[in-house]
Design a protein around this ligand. Structure first.
Ligand SMILES: [Zn+2]
Length: 93
């Protein structure tokens, strides 16, 4: 069935997404991974280091298909959100 899914809105605004991520203190890791969903070499990793003891947040987001995952906290308290609502997190879309 040729059902077409619209692109996630943030994929049309990747420049804005990147700016908002930087505004929040995220730093982009200088490596890009292969996305498990679309198999394109387009998954970027962003990391936020929180204040001492509070952990941080890591976000993997594919700039091709929009798949996003997030890890929050450290060690045993680490929480994975998959899929992750990146537009909602950034307040766009
Ligand atoms: Zn992808």
């Amino acid at each position: 069935m040729g059902k077409k899914f619209p692109l996630p809105p943030w994929l049309e605004h990747t420049a804005m997404v990147k700016k908002k991520m930087k505004d929040r203190g995220f730093k982009m890791a200088d490596r890009v991974q292969i996305c498990e969903k679309c198999e394109e070499y387009a998954e970027e990793t962003w990391a936020l280091r929180g204040p001492e003891g509070l952990g941080g947040r890591d976000i993997c987001a594919c700039m091709n298909c929009g798949r996003a995952r997030s890890w929050k906290g450290n060690g045993a308290g680490r929480v994975i959100e998959d899929p992750f609502d990146l537009p909602g997190f950034l307040g766009i879309g």
